[in-house]
Design a protein around this ligand. Sequence first.
Ligand SMILES: Cc1cc2nc3c(=O)[nH]c(=O)nc-3n(C[C@H](O)[C@H](O)[C@H](O)COP(=O)(O)OP(=O)(O)OC[C@H]3O[C@@H](n4cnc5c(N)ncnc54)[C@H](O)[C@@H]3O)c2cc1C
Length: 595
Amino acid sequence: MDYDCIVIGGGHAGIEASLAVSRMGFSCLLITQNPDRIGVLSCNPAVGGLSKSNLVREVDALGGEMAKLTDKTMIQYRVLNRSRGPAVQAPRVQTDKHAYQAEARIALETQTGLSIFMDTVVDLMTIDDASGAAVSGVVTQRGHRISAKTVILASGTFMDGKIFIGEYDARQGRLGEEAAIGLGQNLRQRGFPVGRLKTGTPARVTSNSVNYSVMERQDGERAAPFTFDSSPETLAAVAARPQLPCWITYTCEATHDIIRRHIHRSPMFGGKIIGAGARYCPSIEDKVMRFPERTRHHVFVEPEGLTVNEVYLNGLSSSLPEDVQAEFLHSIKGLEEVVIVRPAYAVEYDYIDPVDLYPSLESKRLAGFFTAGQTNGTSGYEEAAAQGLMAGINAALKMRGLEPLVLTRAESYIGVLIDDLTTKGTKEPYRMFTSRAEHRLLLRHDTADTRLTPKARELSLISDERWERFQDKLRGLQQIQELIKGVKNPALLHFEDALTQFPELLSLPEEWVERVCLDIKYAGYIEKENRAAAKLAKIDAVKLPSTIDYSQVTGLSAEAKEKLKTIRPLTIGQASRIPGIRQGDIALLMILTRK
Ligand SMILES: Cc1cc2nc3c(=O)[nH]c(=O)nc-3n(C[C@H](O)[C@H](O)[C@H](O)COP(=O)(O)OP(=O)(O)OC[C@H]3O[C@@H](n4cnc5c(N)ncnc54)[C@H](O)[C@@H]3O)c2cc1C
């Protein structure tokens, strides 16, 4: 064998996957089309936000890299929903896109056991033996045949990618970057359920052509690290990061008129694009056509870095022709004179329907083959990183001959993400939302380390020094709890009051005190959630044997038979979450498992 594992693609999923595999002691080759494009933030260079920040912190708690890369490169820090409940508050960080790429590359290049190779994978190598089909390596465009025990596919928007700008289209995965041609077709031929999805991005314009004086200014706030592993050096580095403002302006009736007049030239509306797009992330032409009553839409003008003169026009994603883009941009207050550096465009690409995967992210039809990120029908850096990390961990666990790590919906957003994907599949780009997590009070971003770091330590993803710092924190939390428990009505104690009442707390990090105050304040709700989660855990513990022939189970509805045959759930809990499976079907399965 040439390598223990091959990871295909150096995007956010591939970065986490290859680091996890090599940190767990296996040799790993990351094959990517262009090493200079590792860690590109294809769309907005912002990390975190609602529910996505929970994913980033969970990735960090499990020993992943995304939070650290974000901390090192932040140019604006804000907490969204500060005035609302703790379960929906979320840090969001604008990063310097070039610095982010550079840091990602350093992380990979300094990792023992990890090599990078520039090529494009066009096919898989497989073997068939008594236990079924298994992956044995990859074939590349330049004709290399490289063997490995496991392969992780993280091809993002590149598998047979095609970009659209009005009448123009090209076989690219991102503007100016060649698509990865061949692999999608070969996977189709091997019987994988490969479909088409699409996403889009707005234009980038020169910062010095924007008239900021007529826009609303949005400043960042005092920065805090994303990573839980906040050594004094990290804290100092984050505090020293420069903070840039973002700016807000609006489209107007004139903008909407221009778009309506040219809508027939949009590849989306003209039917040129067949892939489904994300409803929650509509292009400006979608917004104008779907909500004709709206007289204006928000535009956030966001910096892309400290050294680039390009800014990102959040809210103006489009696939209209370039002349139309220029015309509608110039109708917007503050953008009257803007100079476009890169036009907005849409991209359509191949993805694999994730119901074809086990919850470990291993393929049901090809042992040792894992898929992660946009390839599995998701959208977003954080979703990609979370899957990449889990695919990496599970590929390594498989090579250790151990059971996979499957996180539950009650212990992590990662569990919600992967359970949703592998149980329900997706027909449009899937994005994480707070509302998808039924136990969101248990999944606050500030509790991710206590939920997950002990698991990562068992996997050897947490160093001795980090583990020691984590133990210190646990002792600190305990100490704070003891102090606060003693006050009258502890649930009413705000964390600022706690600091005044107990000056000894001033020597401990503020976020520890805040966290304990929240735990105490919401103790009743948390207890209730824990009970609900325990109920769910019971049915999730009942395993469904892989040998069940659902077509022979009398009493199951035809729809249930079909769905159970396709999805082959591993537990009664997973079966109960398949859309279309009824209470009666679950009762039958329960009887079957008892037999
Ligand atoms: C135009 C556009 C708009 C987007 N808009 C949004 C948005 O609005 N909101 C949002 O959350 N996300 C958006 N995204 C998505 C976001 O960029 C992705 O979700 C995220 O980057 C996915 O990470 P990934 O690791 O799965 O793949 P990517 O970041 O796409 O990385 C894939 C990598 O794999 C390499 N690769 C692919 N195939 C092969 C192969 N066969 N052999 C070797 N290397 C290969 C590619 O070169 C690339 O480096 C957008 C992306 C694009 C391109």
